[in-house]
Ligand binder design. Structure first.
Ligand SMILES: *Cc1c(COP(=O)(O)O)cnc(C)c1O
Length: 393
């Protein structure tokens, strides 16, 4: 810790590799592509570890595609998701050459067609179908119900597939669905799978040939001791139903979530008869999940201090918001200066961090075997306003 200063994200290469292999090995020799969802943790070293294993990537912006390429990833193993792809992003992705666009609306299909046509190329496409299943997760991270902005419903998708089939500028390659995140039961995935398989056979009878099925990501992890999905049996069940279809998955959290921790230091202990606060140097701008979704991260004291005070502590940061907490009501023995690790912080941790309150984004370190390496240096204060200008008068 002393070498890198606090607060800090630390990732385990071995854990990232083991998590990715668990997916890959469950497929055996069935045709498949695991497209790690870059938005979960887009550090170049994380992407590089996965690229070396042969991973594909799920990207949601041209910036993420550039990161994948900078990290040594293969763009032809990238699927491009996201509801708001711009013409320029579509053009760049076609120039670079990606695996497939996951199309989220009729307007987007038209736009991809006209950009591809102007470039005299064929764009590989897959329609993101919204299977209207309840993922039974937090409403902010549920995406598979009719009322949300992602994908198109089954009827609309049929019309889009027929249109795409007719177009010289579009190449129908797959079907895609992603129903939400942090899903801890397998049944919503199987419900979605049954619905999209029925749609694929219907389309096939009408002459539209779908070559791959992308089941998205969303596999939940244990933040505490909750039960989660058995990945191998989920994949076995999917393969048993999917016949010869090539299967894609887009796991993000399940690969990096439990491979990262966020370490923060206690600045002050502040007790009153109502509440006991441990004021720490990490904040909601560094790890937003507790403030955003009331998410739970286990808090572990790195080295127990003999002079520590045992109490039910709220771990709160320096940011001027009441929502600025990383953990609430945790029975811990703490002293000023102690380091506390917030566990399972590898996914949607650093990647959602910001400079709110003019706080530099923290450093990131990766542990690999006996070595540890700085994989992103702490931002300097000066860099936070280097792109800003004062008026001339
Ligand atoms: C966010 C997202 C993922 C990854 O979700 P996880 O819950 O991290 O597995 C995959 N696909 C799409 C389209 C997404 O938006």
């Amino acid at each position: 810790m002393a070498a890198y200063d606090s607060p800090l994200y630390i990732y385990s290469r071995a854990e990232i590799e083991a998590n990715w292999l668990e997916f890959d090995q469950a497929f055996g020799d069935h045709p498949h592509l695991i497209c790690y969802a870059v938005k979960a943790n887009s550090n170049i070293a994380v992407l590089n570890v996965l690229a070396k294993m042969g991973s594909g990537f799920d990207i949601v912006s041209i910036g993420e595609l550039q990161r994948v390429i900078a990290a040594g990833g293969n763009p032809t193993k990238c699927v491009f998701s996201g509801v708001a792809k711009t013409s320029s992003e579509i053009q760049q992705a076609l120039e670079i050459g990606i695996y497939c666009f996951n199309v989220e609306s009729a307007g987007e299909l038209n736009r991809i067609e006209s950009v591809a046509s102007a470039m005299s190329v064929q764009a590989p496409i897959s329609i993101r179908v919204n299977p209207d299943v309840d993922a039974k997760t937090h409403p902010y991270i549920s995406t598979g119900l009719k009322e949300n902005k992602f994908g198109v419903d089954v009827e609309v998708s049929k019309a889009l597939y027929h249109k795409a089939q007719q177009s010289d500028s579009l190449n129908v390659c797959g079907m895609d669905c992603h129903i939400g995140s942090q899903i801890t039961e397998v049944s919503p995935f199987i419900d979605a799978l049954d619905k999209v398989l029925a749609l694929i056979s219907e389309l096939s009878a009408e002459g539209v040939d779908i070559k791959h099925l992308d089941l998205g990501g969303g596999i939940g992890i244990a933040y505490d001791d909750e039960q989660t999905i058995d990945i191998a049996s989920y994949i076995q069940e999917a393969l048993a139903k999917a016949g010869d279809l090539k299967i894609l998955l887009e796991p993000g959290r399940a690969i990096v979530g439990n491979a990262g921790i966020f370490v923060t230091q206690v600045e002050y202990l502040k007790q009153s008869d109502k509440k006991s606060f441990a004021i720490i140097d990490g904040a909601m701008n560094d790890l937003l999940r507790p403030a955003l979704y009331s998410a739970y991260h286990k808090a572990v004291v790195v080295e127990q201090n003999p002079n520590g005070v045992t109490d039910a502590w709220d771990l709160v940061g320096p940011v001027c918001e009441t929502g600025d907490f990383l953990a609430k009501n945790r029975t811990l023995t703490l002293a000023q200066g102690d380091y506390v690790a917030l566990m399972s912080a590898g996914a949607y941790g650093f990647s959602m961090s910001s400079n709110y309150n003019t706080r530099p984004r923290v450093a990131e370190v990766m542990v690999s075997g006996e070595t540890h390496t700085l994989v992103r240096k702490r931002e300097s204060i000066e860099s936070l306003f280097e792109n800003e200008y004062t008026l001339n008068d």
